[in-house]
Ligand binder design. Structure first.
Ligand SMILES: [Zn+2]
Length: 109
């Protein structure tokens, strides 16, 4: 699943398709911290393992409803700025992000 990536990117305000070369070291460090925080929150919310949590999320558990900020929330307001969350198909999966908090990278030259 891509839940943690979507959530961590949102928390870090980084667009998922940004090339790694354009992300500052500080941003990457923040992303890793956020990824850890997302997983810690997930475990606190009752997941005994990430696999088990993922099953729960697919089954629309309480965790899905109350703890996720962007994943599965396409069209619903961003918890930070209120803009509708966007779901974008990307490499055979959906990626969820806020277009305002996580602006898409500029086109490569
Ligand atoms: Zn936002």
């Amino acid at each position: 699943g891509n839940i943690y990536a979507d959530e961590a990117l949102w928390r870090s305000a980084i667009h998922g398709r940004r090339r790694s070369g354009t992300v500052t070291l500080r941003a990457v460090t923040g992303l890793l911290d956020h990824a850890r925080a997302v997983m810690a929150d997930a475990l606190d919310a009752g997941g005994t393992s990430f696999d088990a949590l993922y099953v729960n999320v697919n089954g629309a558990s309480g965790y899905f409803d109350r703890s996720l900020d962007v994943y599965g929330r396409a069209g619903r307001p961003c918890a930070r700025c209120g803009s509708p969350v966007v779901r974008e198909d990307f490499m055979n999966r959906g990626s969820h992000f806020c277009p305002v908090c996580q602006p898409a990278p500029r086109r490569a030259r």
